[in-house]
Design a protein around this ligand. Structure first.
Ligand code: MN
Length: 461
């Protein structure tokens, strides 16, 4: 009957195919801080396992750090790591519409009215500087108050009581527009918050298509089957039947209350918030739900989840206008504010054209580097080698002062930021003058063969 895979199905599959990618903690851990600290410490050690843990006093297992590995994201999308951006554009081209079903696993347990107590979920405090306990994986499902088109998007949610959360719509995208219009019509905005589902749904919710596209269609394309939706019990919103936990309720019109501070992707604790309030009208879950968390702050889990769809969307739009553009990377060190582009050999001025178009397309970007095609944009050292050897600061850097930006950049002033573009491509004169050192191809392939037989080596004993 029900075909959509669950988060549990994904974890079981990972456990059988790649058990080394899971770190399962056998002792109970404190609910707050520890899992975040563990994920960030593992990251410093260049280890990116999925973390499964149980918190003291809670029955639901906690799962975190699924998206910290680009390889794992590629596996979920069904492509090699180098093909993620290309695969994503195929997915957005071949969407599959969801279907409505009458019943599903997320309705196994239903709580209403005074039976609702979200404090019983292992919602954790992540950083000392946070205002309290936060849901970080919550996907808000809502319908456009005028067109009825569904939207899925992430919003930080601060636990405020058994049936109440603070929520921020600071990215000011589709849900923000839904609420603005609902308020104008004098209505609360009915929503359903999905906490935990198959990773395909989480990747789809990170997509940034036009406001006319339902992210469930994108989830269908990743799963290669329609997403099965259940109608809400207390709200006029449909949500995935295979979810772990769903909180139904409404964002209150005309109500604002302090929310935050919270440790954001920028690496800073910030109170910048739209200060909305979410009131829960029903809590639905599986009989034994898994509680999914996304490691917040500048963690790979958070940044890599946001990166896939962003890179694909921006690359597509750049290529439409400038076919010379080849590849794109939002490096983790730049927390969505930095972007590297590569272009094939092009007439003078094209690199700077690409830079200005990029700043227009993505208001998060405040520093961008354009390199030649011989540089792998995913290799940060190579990008900065190009800057070191191909850039003259008086000719190759453009600065556009005071453009609209994301307010979560702590250095921004009144919502504006300067945009810096570095043209690290070679000029034609430069190409005539210099020769790049290169290994002979046959020697390189022999070196790679040697490395393949890695049992010949003992490293770091
Ligand atoms: Mn949307």
């Amino acid at each position: 009957m029900l075909a959509n895979p669950s988060l549990g199905d994904y974890l079981a599959q990972l456990k059988s195919k790649a058990p080394q990618e899971i770190l399962e903690i056998s002792t109970r851990v404190p609910r707050d801080y520890v899992i975040t600290a563990l994920a960030l410490e593992l990251e410093r050690r260049k280890q990116y396992p999925v973390i499964i843990a149980n918190a003291e006093g809670y029955s639901q297992p906690i799962v975190a750090n699924i998206f910290s590995s680009r390889k794992r994201i590629a596996d979920i999308l069904g492509c090699p790591e180098t093909e993620i951006t290309h695969k994503w554009s195929q997915i957005e081209k071949n969407t599959i519409e969801p279907t409505l079903v009458a019943t599903g696993p997320v309705h196994e347990m239903i709580y209403r009215d005074s039976d609702i107590d979200v404090t019983r979920l292992p919602i954790m405090q992540h950083f000392d500087t946070d205002a309290g306990r936060y849901i970080t994986s919550g996907i808000v499902v809502a319908k456009d108050p005028e067109t009825g088109i569904r939207n899925l998007s992430y919003h930080r949610m601060q636990l405020k009581g058994p049936r109440k959360f603070g929520i921020s719509l600071h990215s000011r995208q589709h849900l923000f527009s839904y609420l603005e219009r609902a308020e104008r019509l004098g209505r609360h905005l009915e929503i359903a918050v999905m906490v935990g589902a198959h990773p395909a749904l989480l990747l789809a919710a990170s997509a940034k298509p036009g406001i006319e596209v339902d992210e469930c269609d994108i989830a269908g394309a990743i799963l290669q089957e329609p997403v099965e939706l259940l109608h809400g019990l207390t709200v006029d919103v449909e949500y995935p039947a295979a979810a772990e936990i769903v909180l139904e309720g409404r964002i209150l019109a005309g109500v604002r209350e302090p929310e935050g501070p919270f440790g954001e992707f920028s690496g800073y604790s910030t109170s910048r918030s739209t200060q909305n309030v979410f009131e829960v009208t029903a809590m639905c879950c599986r009989r034994n739900p898994v509680y999914l968390s996304i490691v917040p702050g500048p963690a790979a889990d958070h940044l890599y989840l946001a990166r896939v769809a962003r890179e694909a969307a921006i690359l597509k739009r750049l290529k439409e206008k400038i076919p010379y553009v080849k590849d794109i990377c939002y490096p983790k060190s730049g927390v969505n504010f930095h972007c590297y582009l590569s272009i094939e050999r092009a007439p003078e001025g094209v690199a700077r054209h690409a830079l200005t178009l990029l700043f227009g397309l993505d208001h998060y970007v405040k520093l961008a580097v354009v390199v030649d095609e011989d540089i792998d944009v995913n290799d940060e050292e190579a990008v900065w080698w190009a800057v070191a050897t191909r850039v003259q600061g008086d000719k190759d850097i453009i600065i556009i002062p005071r453009l609209f930006t994301i307010p979560l950049d702590p250095s921004s002033e009144r919502g504006m930021s300067a945009k810096v573009g570095i043209d690290a491509t070679m000029t034609e004169d430069f190409r005539k003058e210099v020769v790049v050192c290169k290994e002979r191809p046959q020697d390189l392939s022999m070196a790679r063969d040697i490395l393949k037989q890695s049992e010949l080596f003992t490293i770091g004993r």
